[in-house]
Ligand binder design. Structure first.
Ligand code: NOJ
Length: 456
């Protein structure tokens, strides 16, 4: 039996734009994702979050389902433009009231709310003012945070400021495959990312100053850790270095680019291959005062881990190289490799460097699920995948890594951004034509894991 600590938190996660729908209801303002979904070809099959899982109208049912499945904590995000249709200024009471009811409902059902302030659905009105490139964007985020804290912090302890800056900054402003769909210069991307970090710092200050209940605050970057190719010490060191020095896709993808400023108070020193005039100038432009703002004390290290990269020692200036995947290696439906050890080495390396309890804010997979003739959804692949990952996570615990908990992504199938509804990441199957919810076999399995506080 692999049991976790007594205070280990078991949860599930979702995000507003991916599940809520009701895109034009009760005064919600548009977000950049609404805008991009309207562009032909931006999302597969022309899908959009206009209806999604219609969670806005199924909220009570969804919370009840969570209780029945024994879920102890729920990480959800707030749609900024539902609460502040223009991003700043007048508050939309009906939108705010939705989250108020959600928090009450969760509490009534014994489920701990974990609020993510920003999970990519940036208000369109603020995008028109320059979005994250505008130096006022940290002020906007602070104003929005204040509205949420004033309304919810008498019932919410846990806050996560920003979800996966790597994705909405890089995919949104570099490759342009996510909203707002821009392809900016390197200098502009660095600036936008810096504003995101400043916004994070401002939000943490607002929460600490105004929260009613004692807050616990974190953020949730992507973690794509190195996994040593062998048990040799030099491969272990190579994997550790690779974890913090970025990967093939470049500097914005490295966890350290975001986490070092927040937890250590300075940007990491880039690899020579990443260092150019633009980056040098950018780093010189950052002030000490800004770094102080970004470097607010946090309570835990939240991280979304789906996969890792196998790394071995190399006699090069980098000191490591990524090992090519085996031919025919195991892949999930979205074609991400199955690498359970990411949930051992990720927590281990992040704990060593940042010295905060680890909270897996997302982990899971997309698989080819459907309702079988017997009316059930059989997803043995998900049970196997999660068992393997959780076993590795437990190994990290046995090795002394301080673990706070685990959030499975996701409670239910939902809008997988540019991939639309093709990818099914949920423990609960959604029939998008009827909005019927069917818990998959994995949901019942997860219930048992929670009851036992671990794996058989
Ligand atoms: C990361 C993101 O935070 C979430 O929105 C997304 O659906 C999952 N990973 C799966 O790609």
């Amino acid at each position: 039996m692999r049991r976790f600590s007594d205070n280990f938190v078991w949860g599930v996660a979702t995000a507003s734009y991916q599940i809520e729908g009701a895109w034009q209801e009760d005064g919600r303002g548009p977000s950049v994702w609404d805008m991009c979904c309207q562009k032909p070809g931006f999302v597969k099959e022309g899908d959009s979050g206009e209806i999604a899982c219609d969670h806005y109208h199924h909220m009570e049912e969804d919370v009840r389902l969570m209780r029945e499945l024994g879920i102890r904590a729920y990480r959800f995000s707030i749609s900024w433009s539902r609460v502040l249709p223009e991003g700043v200024g007048s508050v939309n009471e009906a939108g705010l009231a939705f989250y108020d009811r959600l928090v009450d409902e969760l509490r009534k059902n014994g489920i701990e709310p974990y609020v993510t302030l920003f999970h990519w659905d940036f208000p369109y009105a603020l995008y028109q003012k320059g979005g994250w490139l505008n130096p006022e964007s940290p002020d906007w985020f602070a104003e929005y945070t204040r509205v949420i804290v004033d309304r919810l912090s008498d019932r919410v302890n846990y806050f996560i400021t920003i979800n996966e800056p790597q994705c909405f900054v890089a995919l949104g402003h570099d490759t342009g495959i996510h909203a707002p769909g821009l392809k900016l210069s390197r200098r502009d991307i660095l600036t936008a990312g810096h504003h995101v970090l400043l916004a994070h710092g401002r939000a943490v200050r607002v929460i600490r100053e105004h929260a009613v209940l004692p807050p616990q605050i974190g953020f949730a970057p992507v973690g794509n850790p190195g996994i040593p190719a062998s048990g040799q010490e030099r491969d272990l060191e190579a994997a550790r270095r690779a974890t913090f020095e970025g990967d093939v896709a470049g500097i914005y993808w490295s966890t350290a680019w975001w986490a070092d400023p927040i937890f250590l108070g300075s940007y990491p020193k880039p690899k020579d291959s990443d260092m150019d005039e633009v980056l040098r100038e950018f780093l010189l432009s950052v002030t000490e005062e800004e770094m102080v703002l970004i470097h607010q004390p946090l309570d835990f290290f939240g991280v979304n881990i789906y996969q890792g990269r196998t790394v071995e020692y190399a006699d090069t200036s980098a000191g490591y190289r990524c090992v090519k995947q085996n031919v025919g290696c195991d892949l999930t439906a979205i074609k991400w490799p199955v690498t359970p050890k990411a949930l051992y080495y990720g927590p281990k390396f992040f704990y060593e460097r940042y010295k905060k309890p680890i909270l897996i804010t997302e982990n899971g997979l997309s698989s080819m699920d459907w309702v079988s003739l017997d009316g059930k959804v059989h997803d043995p692949g998900r049970i196997d995948f999660l068992s393997r990952y959780l076993a590795e996570y437990h190994r990290a615990y046995e090795d002394g890594v301080e673990l706070m908990g685990y959030f499975q992504w996701s409670l239910m199938d939902n809008f997988e951004w540019a991939e639309g509804y093709r990818e099914r990441f949920g423990l609960v199957y959604i029939d998008y034509t009827t909005q019927e919810r069917t818990p998959k076999d994995s949901a019942f399995w997860y219930k048992q894991v929670i009851e036992r506080n671990g794996l058989e």
